[in-house]
Design a protein around this ligand. Structure first.
Ligand code: GAL
Length: 627
């Protein structure tokens, strides 16, 4: 990866000797190579000769040569050059026994605002709006503040020195950036797929990276991979970080509903955070097995050995500058390797989850752009995580989907803060409930259509008022520290941030607000619709309510759990296939715990049988095979 200047030191002059040697050495030592294409960083000569490959920033300044990930995704020259070097790599290593998979580029991201991208954006828009500028003007509501376009040429990407308040434009630009990146990736994969049709293609994703809708990029990949660098030991946030990371692993597995690859992780620490704390003993094993528990079939590192210079010379690695293996980190990696060798049976297995939690990039973009509520941070991501944690804590598996996936296999669908809802998706939700599903939505549901135009006739949009049996009249945004009280099943809970005022029609009120001018009015409702039921949570809470609420729902719906009793900060996950079931038990507490077991298992690491209870040390993890 990142070796283009070595592979092609001058235009058209190639030298693959270093890579030949690396591939041969890995093979001789029994390994495989996930070989990257070098487009993430290009040689100097290319920017000198073809300035169009350099990225243009939102304020329309063209970047200088430097850093990495700084190219234009539209530039015909860059597309031709990347396809060419990829072709040469594929031709050279097509029969090399070490070639294991293709890793296309690196962490695609960013956007370019150059004239070529502007033109491509206009073409994309003409295509989307079928050449009808009036349709675009309507979708973007451009009469507001006199923003009407009278020619396609007037359209420019959003900019801090230009248009930045037309929500439809921003949303379409973000969609375009995703499509253009996916198209760039497609162009990179053409020679790889042609010359090495049997070699898997992936690219590495970055968690909830805001700039790309990964549901689109997944279509270019055979296997999903992602880079995982959590703040494991941030004081007071241990469990929070474990839950967030679990959610991200679940999303990456859900993209293709297949096992994925943990492309990058550090065995010790990173170097780019504010505080680069070491992983405590045990955490490396725990965090690696966590990835596998949620569906990864690999554990890989950035980086094997620290480079002597450059900005990552102090980033954690398997081999340190000392150059030998007598280090704590090396030993921990070797120990993990021994365990992984005993886990061949896990490869290819999957969980079969009954809960779907929706996290939707377009909804996120629209919420971020929305002027209203809490202006700068709507906390969409945190809210999705808050609705995920009760399941994590109970060992109940969750698939994390966007709004376009098939919901029929699930007993429970949760769509927190789903503000942006297009007609087709509303219909699908209706069908899901009508056919017997249980749906949970929250405040700000169904307020805008796919163009970010408000739905008229009362929220939640379209037929959803009938599904939930209520309508939402207004929403109160609370200042930090302000709270309301919600009483549910004779217990008081704390409402914060948002309290929506809703009016039940056919819905049954389950909880009410305790304070303010809407005291006594409903805060939680349920409605029977067709064969199913729909819950509407009108407020955000501090986590205690959603925990109790989903705990009860999990019991009511008899959702399967990996283990029956898990104490705070301990979780368990299931992978199954070929008649075998593996349970992964993880302890994120700094103290040891005793986990009750309901069956007999074999501890894959020790080979010993365990039943009744399992003792886990602090940050301990066990892989159990059901007997
Ligand atoms: C990743 C990147 C790697 C390396 C790593 C450091 O985002 O793909 O090349 O920079 O971060 O943590």
């Amino acid at each position: 990866i990142f070796s283009w200047a070595v592979l092609e030191p001058e235009e058209g002059k190639y030298d693959f000797s270093f890579l030949d040697q690396a591939m041969d050495n890995v093979y001789k030592n029994g390994g495989k190579v996930v070989l990257a294409t070098p487009s993430g960083a290009r040689p100097h000569w290319m920017s000198d000769k073809y300035p169009e490959v350099l990225r243009v920033l939102p304020d329309r300044r063209r970047a200088l040569f430097g850093a990495r990930h700084n190219h234009c995704f539209t530039s015909p020259v860059y597309r031709q050059k990347t396809a060419q070097i990829n072709r040469l790599l594929a031709e050279r290593y097509r029969n090399h026994p070490a070639l294991g998979a293709w890793h296309v580029s690196n962490e695609y991201g960013g956007e370019c605002h150059c004239p070529l991208c502007q033109e491509a954006f206009r073409t994309w828009l003409k295509n989307k709006y079928e050449g009808d500028l009036e349709r675009l003007n309507h979708a973007w509501w451009t009469d507001f503040w006199s923003h009407r376009y009278t020619s396609w040429e007037q359209i420019e990407s959003p900019s801090p020195i230009g248009e930045n308040g037309v929500h439809g434009l921003t949303l379409d630009w973000k969609r375009f950036v995703t499509d253009q990146t996916a198209d760039f990736m497609h162009n990179e994969t053409i020679p790889l797929r042609e010359i090495t049709p049997d070699v898997l293609v992936t690219t590495n994703f970055m968690a909830f990276y805001p700039g790309l809708n990964y549901w689109k990029l997944r279509e270019e990949t055979d296997v999903i991979s992602w880079d995982n660098y959590p703040d494991w030991h941030k004081p007071g946030e241990q469990i929070h970080v474990a839950v967030r990371t679990a959610l991200l692993h679940d999303m990456n597995r859900s993209f293709l509903q297949k096992p994925f690859m943990l492309m990058e992780s550090t065995p010790s620490h990173v170097n780019w955070k504010e505080y680069n704390k070491l992983k405590r003993p045990g955490m490396h094993k725990l965090s690696s097995i966590q990835a596998i528990a949620h569906g990864s079939d690999t554990v890989q590192y950035f980086q094997w050995r620290k480079s002597r210079g450059g900005s990552e010379k102090m980033h954690g690695a398997v081999v340190d500058h000392c150059g030998h293996e007598h280090t704590r980190v090396f030993r921990e990696v070797a120990e993990l390797g021994e365990l992984l060798q005993k886990m061949d049976g896990v490869v290819g297995t999957m969980p079969h989850n009954k809960v779907a939690l929706l996290y939707d990039w377009e909804n996120r973009w629209a919420l971020e752009d929305l002027r209203g509520l809490q202006k700068n941070d709507k906390k969409y991501e945190e809210t999705v995580q808050q609705h995920y944690k009760p399941f994590w804590q109970r060992g109940i598996g969750v698939d994390v989907l966007d709004f376009h996936q098939d919901l029929s296999p699930y007993s429970l669908v949760i769509a927190p803060m789903m503000y942006l809802m297009e007609k087709d998706n509303i219909e699908r939700l209706k069908q899901y409930v009508a056919n017997g599903g249980t749906l949970v939505c929250t405040y700000v549901t169904g307020e805008a259509d796919e163009n970010d135009l408000c739905w008229l006739g009362g929220f939640p949009a379209g037929g959803l008022k009938e599904v939930f049996g209520l309508w939402a009249e207004e929403i109160d945004t609370l200042y930090p520290g302000e709270t309301n009280q919600v009483t549910w099943q004779e217990k008081d809970y704390t409402a914060q941030d948002y309290c929506e005022v809703i009016h039940p029609d056919s819905a049954q009120t389950l909880a009410v607000y305790g304070k303010d001018f809407y005291a006594g009015s409903p805060a939680l409702c349920v409605n029977q619709f067709g064969k199913g039921q729909a819950y509407y949570i009108a407020f955000r809470d501090d986590g205690a309510f959603v925990d109790d609420f989903y705990g009860k729902l999990a019991d009511d719906l008899e959702l399967p759990r990996a283990l029956p009793h898990l104490s705070e900060g301990v979780t368990a996950h299931l992978r199954e296939g070929d008649g075998e079931r593996y349970v992964f038990v993880e302890n994120y507490n700094a103290q040891p715990v005793c986990v009750p077991l309901d069956k007999v298992y074999q501890n894959v690491e020790t080979g010993q049988m365990v039943s009744k209870e399992l003792l886990l040390e602090s940050f301990g993890v066990a892989v159990l095979k059901e007997q």
